[in-house]
Design a protein around this ligand. Structure first.
Ligand code: ARG
Length: 576
């Protein structure tokens, strides 16, 4: 159950009963300090104006009309008219008992929507680099959370597998194959391959012309050229799949819907926009003028959909993708994860698509931007020599560093166990460090802080989980039917936190912000640690009913941690 939503519904009824207008805002939030109760309603002050009554009187009237006798201990009016809500421990115990008996931990499913999630989407001409890390893991966490909340998620890996840069790559590949090389070997390092092709393109007599020739041939569907292209794409896709596997993300071949897939639709898109008068010719190109996004002198933004030579653009493909996602996939929502520099492109694309009716009014188109990953110097993250960091190398380094860390800790783990733990801790650390930051801001990539066992990190959460598992290794089976006794404040706070998981997931689903889930899990683990310190479980002399209740709390904490980490794509461990 979503606690906040439950209370909100009650306040809605009460506020209606005292004659408030139907659109009255209902600001109800978690309290920031224990003395303000568990939740706080701050709507009485605004209502006072509408009802022409003193705010504290309004608050009192709301309280008089609230049917929460079973749920709350106390409702008190504070300051100018805040209503502090103190929930009742027995109600929390009852809710937690219900949640414990439920395979979904009491977390509700939303009314199903079809949600297209466009993420990762690397350009296949090059190797995946750190810039693709953010899109891949943030998109994946949001996709998994949406699914868990009951939505139909359609993953779309909008890979950049088309366009003029393929001309030079194919010309170069052709020569390598002619020289008896195998495609896999020639393309084993895409970065090098790209660089070589570029050097030839810039310097070698006649090569640029051949490259352009290849572009024309590719676009007209020349079979030999398509074969070459297919060869290139397949090697490059295999490279990205290796990264996906290491990263433990849920993208597969079936999710690939690259730019090339829209090639046959591009002419239709342009035709339609021309026929409806939305696009017009300008200096030989087909463009849409957007007065809505005019510059400060009043000149409309120019959105090009076809170049003067007839070539199509990234934008044209995105319009075709919108049509496909609307007509064929039936998307209610589309979420696209790219870095913030593409914000204007998506704003313009949405505007054009809405004018053209490619998007219905009730369909949303949500660009979910993210900031940059920075080095310690505050500049974009690069290798020592200043080149882009390959994602595969970064992940190998993470595992290596985690191995050293695990080896420093003394424990009876075997070598194999250590290796498997190191992989989970290393990859988990990299992913969590990214996911736990508000995605819209830049962040500094720092090995030491992400691999620390203290603070809001993956190792801290993974460790908290193993700590609970070790309790269960020391005791007999858990009594699932045992009643919950929430006498100590730490027990109450922990129970409440467990019950707030749904609220966190709801926000992740609405705002596409996994950091909310991370913050929640960190709070949960921290509350567990304080509970565990204050409320011994296996100590001699603890009454059986209390012990069982505490074991239930520990068990629900572990289950919630494991669910949350799973939705973030981070592995849990039994020991570490
Ligand atoms: N391939 C693009 C890039 O690497 C991202 C594509 C995002 N999706 C889209 N529908 N445009 O920047």
């Amino acid at each position: 159950m979503n606690l906040q939503q439950y209370l909100l519904d009650k306040f809605k009824q009460a506020v209606a009963a005292i004659g408030a207008p139907a659109d009255t805002p209902l600001p109800l939030s978690r309290s920031t300090r224990p003395e303000f109760g568990h939740y706080q309603f701050n709507g009485a002050m605004a209502l006072a104006k509408a009802l022409k009554l003193p705010p504290r009187d309004v608050a009192q009237r709301i309280i008089d009309h609230l049917s929460l006798s079973h749920e709350v201990d106390k409702l008190e009016i504070a300051g100018p008219g805040f209503i502090n809500i103190h929930l009742c421990a027995s109600w929390l115990a009852q809710l937690l008992g219900d949640a414990a008996a439920d395979a979904r931990l009491g977390i509700e499913q939303d009314a199903t929507k079809t949600v297209v999630v466009d993420y990762s989407s690397p350009n296949l001409a090059k190797e995946m680099h750190v810039g693709h890390l953010r899109s891949t893991i943030i998109g994946d966490a949001v996709a998994k959370t949406l699914e868990f909340k009951g939505h139909k998620v359609i993953r779309q890996n909008h890979m950049g597998d088309w366009g003029t840069q393929f001309g030079m790559l194919l010309a170069h590949l052709n020569d390598k194959l002619a020289a008896q090389q195998v495609a896999e070997t020639a393309l084993s390092d895409l970065e090098d391959f790209y660089r070589e092709a570029k050097v030839r393109f810039d310097n070698e007599e006649g090569f640029a012309d051949r490259a352009r020739d290849y572009v024309v041939k590719l676009q007209s569907g020349d079979p030999q050229c398509l074969q070459l292209w297919q060869n290139f794409i397949s090697v490059s896709v295999t490279h990205s799949e290796e990264v996906y596997q290491k990263l433990n993300v849920s993208l597969g071949r079936q999710d690939i819907m690259g730019e090339s897939a829209y090639n046959p639709d591009l002419a239709t898109v342009v035709e339609q926009l021309k026929a409806t008068g939305i696009a017009q010719e300008d200096q030989g190109a087909q463009v849409v003028f957007l007065p809505e996004l005019a510059d400060k002198d009043g000149n409309p933004a120019v959105y090009i959909i076809q170049k003067s030579g007839g070539g199509y653009l990234y934008a044209t493909t995105d319009l075709a993708a919108i049509r496909y996602r609307n007509h064929v996939l039936g998307a209610d929502r589309t979420l696209i994860f790219t870095d913030a520099r593409q914000a204007l492109h998506f704003k313009q694309t949405e505007l054009v698509a809405r004018k053209a009716g490619f998007l219905k009014p009730e369909q949303s188109y949500e660009h979910c931007p993210f900031g940059m990953m920075l080095g310690k110097d505050g500049r974009p993250f690069k290798t020592r020599s200043g080149t882009t960091v390959k994602l595969a190398d970064l992940l190998d380094e993470a595992i290596e560093r985690a191995t050293q860390l695990i080896n420093q800790r003394d424990s009876e783990l075997s070598q194999d166990e250590r290796l498997s733990i190191a992989a989970k801790v290393g990859i988990g650390a990299v992913k969590y460090a990214d996911l736990s930051k508000n995605r819209t801001t830049d962040y500094v990539f720092n090995w030491d802080s992400m691999l620390s066992f203290e603070g809001n990190t993956a190792p801290y959460l993974q460790y908290a989980y193993t700590r609970i598992q070790s309790i269960f290794r020391k005791t007999a089976a858990l009594d699932n039917t045992a009643g919950l006794l929430l006498n100590e404040p730490q027990e109450q706070l922990l129970a409440l936190k467990i019950l707030q998981c749904d609220e966190a997931l709801q926000l992740v689903v609405q705002e596409a912000t996994p950091h909310v889930l991370c913050a929640y899990l960190y709070d949960l683990a921290s509350l567990f640690m304080s509970f565990y310190e204050a409320c011994p479980i296996l100590k001699e002399g603890i009454a059986t009913d209390i012990k069982n209740s505490r074991l239930q709390l520990a068990n629900m904490t572990a289950k919630t941690l494991s669910l949350g980490l799973e939705l973030l794509g981070i592995a849990t461990l039994e020991k570490m």
